[in-house]
Structures are given as structure tokens and as C-alpha cells.
Design a protein around this ligand. Structure first.
Ligand code: 13P
Ligand code: SF4
Length: 303
């Protein structure tokens, strides 16, 4: 069976749109109507005029899409595709900080469950976190769940006081400076670009830090020919498309960074969920409290 043709037929029949993150397998990205970073996917999900959204990514992305577009059916092709970091904060810890500070904003990385969002004032993604935090009137910032993104933002916004949580992305957390240095020795002319989920030590090696989409835009406009890319290898497809014909080359750490959850979202699973309507994402009980910080992110990021 021609999977792509069958998906195209079902998309028409079900008035569906396929959104994909850059970390899903390249052959799944190739089927999508839109491929984007977390911010682009959230923004798009808000405005799509279709009956069904197929979200090729992890569960927090599908949950956010459902909350931002409640009238649409949202399907997650692989329901077990979850982001471990999305759970890495405890309510008791958030409450303890809330008690200590009057002038506090709880800033929640979008890589989080709806429940965690519901404890928060505003959401951020890696592409807008610095801007959104600067826009907030509060002086004290509790950043959850990602300690590395939180630390990176704290360096960009030194005028505010940050309290960091201890969550992390297992894939980015695992990258070590020695691996980056080995790549730099092998490719001395390469520019180092990194995702802010990497550790502080790894980010110190980077010439440019940005979200997946910002990294893709960076390699497209850069005069350099070679890039050491410190994020999940799934971005390579879009980097190659964005630089086609230029001969630009991309090098990833030796222990190739793959998101074991994103990689589960295969074309076969996209086809099955479209055909059978499986993987439907329900509306979380805390929808009102969890959508408010997402909406505020969209508003502050657009200023
Ligand atoms: P982006 O928003 O940069 O695409 O990042 C999402 C993510 O999960 C990174 O690990
Ligand atoms: Fe979560 Fe890391 Fe996978 Fe991103 S790469 S979805 S942060 S586990």
C-alpha cells in the first residue's frame, strides 16, 4: 500500500491537518502539512480551520493543541509518546516557593502536563522564553520544569530573580562538553549551535543558542559551511531542505541524540489513527486554569 497516498485521501475525507515536530522521523515530517517547533505548533493549532488535527509529536503538544482549539478532534498517533521532562516538578515545591514570594510569576515551559500548566501564570517555549519573561511585571520568577532552559533565561534577564526547578530533558542533559570538543577538533571550521535544554557547560561551547526552528533559520542564513548541531538529530531533515544546493554540512554528537518518544511516531501510526480515529486526546479537567497561561504566552510573545 502507498501510505502517503492513503494518508492524503483520508486527510481529505476527514478534513484533517497534520502537524509535526522536527524530532519525529523524517518520513513522518514529509507527510505533514506543517512542521514546526513547539511555539509554531501551538500557534498554528490555535487557528486551524479543520475538523481534525493530527499532532505528530509528544503528548504535551497534543494536549496543548486540544486546549487551544477545543472544537477540533486532536489525534496523537502514538499515545505513549510522552516527554519525561513534562512531569518533572512537584506541586508541593511550587507551593512552597509561592508562599515565600509575593511578587512571583510561575513560568512554565510548554514541555509540561496540563496539570502543571494549571499551577502556573504563563507558559513559554524555547523560542520565546526570554521575551515573555522580560514582559512579565513580576520581579521573581519560578521557572519549571526545565532547569537548563531556566538557567539560560536567567542569564539573559539578569534584572530578575530566578528560582529554578530540577527537571531536565534526558536527551539534551546527556550531552557532555567532551563530546562537543571532540567534534570541534574533527571540524575546526564548524559553528556550534545548541538548544537551550543543553547543560550550562555545553551551552558555553555554543556560538548560537536557539529553539529548533531558530537553529534551522540560523544555518540557512549563516555564511558558514559546517555546523555542530547540539539537539535531536531530527532537525537534520529541515536543515538540509533549508540549505539545499549549498553543500552545508551538519555534525551531531557521536551518541546520536534521538528522542525515543518522538521517534515512535511513524507514518504507519499516522495512517492508523487517521483511518480508525484512535489516539483521540481528551480535554483535561483543569482546562481553564491550564489554558490561561498558554493564552498569555501567545499574547506576550506577539507584542
Ligand atoms: P522546540 O520548541 O525548540 O522545538 O523544542 C521542543 C523540545 O521538545 C526540545 O527538546
Ligand atoms: Fe522531551 Fe527531550 Fe524529547 Fe524534547 S527531546 S520531547 S524535551 S524528551
Amino acid at each position: 500500500m502507498d501510505i502517503a497516498a492513503e494518508i492524503a485521501r483520508l486527510k481529505q475525507e476527514k478534513e484533517a491537518v497534520i502537524l509535526a515536530h522536527y524530532y519525529v522521523p523524517p518520513e513522518t515530517q514529509a507527510l505533514a502539512d506543517y512542521v514546526g517547533d513547539s511555539f509554531a505548533l501551538a500557534r498554528l493549532a490555535r487557528t486551524l480551520d479543520c475538523k481534525t488535527i493530527v499532532l505528530c509529536g509528544v503528548s504535551f503538544m497534543a494536549e496543548s493543541a486540544k486546549m487551544l482549539n477545543p472544537d477540533r478532534t486532536v489525534l496523537l498517533p502514538e499515545p505513549s509518546a510522552d516527554c519525561p521532562m513534562a512531569h518533572m516538578v512537584r506541586k508541593a515545591d511550587v507551593d512552597a516557593v509561592k508562599e515565600r514570594y509575593d511578587d512571583l510569576a510561575v513560568v512554565c515551559y510548554i514541555n509540561s502536563t496540563a496539570e502543571i500548566k494549571s499551577w502556573s501564570d504563563v507558559c513559554v517555549t524555547s523560542s520565546n522564553a526570554v521575551k515573555v519573561v522580560r514582559e512579565l511585571p513580576q520581579q521573581n520568577i519560578l521557572f519549571i520544569p526545565d532547569m537548563h532552559l531556566g538557567h539560560y533565561v536567567s542569564l539573559q534577564v539578569p534584572e530578575k530573580n530566578f528560582i529554578l526547578n530540577r527537571g531536565y530533558c534526558p536527551i539534551h542533559h546527556k550531552m557532555i562538553p567532551a563530546e562537543v570538543e571532540a567534534l570541534e577538533i574533527a571540524h575546526p571550521d564548524a559553528v556550534v549551535i545548541a538548544h537551550p535544554e543543553c547543560t550550562e557547560e555545553v551551552l558555553q561551547e555554543a556560538d548560537y543558542i536557539g529553539s529548533t526552528k531558530q537553529m534551522i533559520d540560523y544555518v540557512a542564513q549563516s555564511d558558514a559551511q559546517e555546523f555542530i548541531v547540539l539537539t535531536v538529530v531530527g532537525v537534520q531533515r529541515e536543515m538540509e531542505l533549508a540549505t539545499a544546493g549549498t553543500g552545508k554540512r551538519f555534525y551531531f554528537p557521536k551518541t546520536t541524540p534521538i528522542c525515543v518518544n518522538m521517534i515512535k511516531v511513524t507514518p504507519e501510526k499516522v495512517l492508523a489513527c487517521l483511518r480508525d480515529g484512535t489516539g483521540e486526546v481528551g480535554m483535561p479537567d483543569c482546562v481553564d486554569a491550564a489554558t490561561t497561561p498558554l493564552e498569555l504566552m501567545l499574547e506576550l510573545a506577539a507584542r
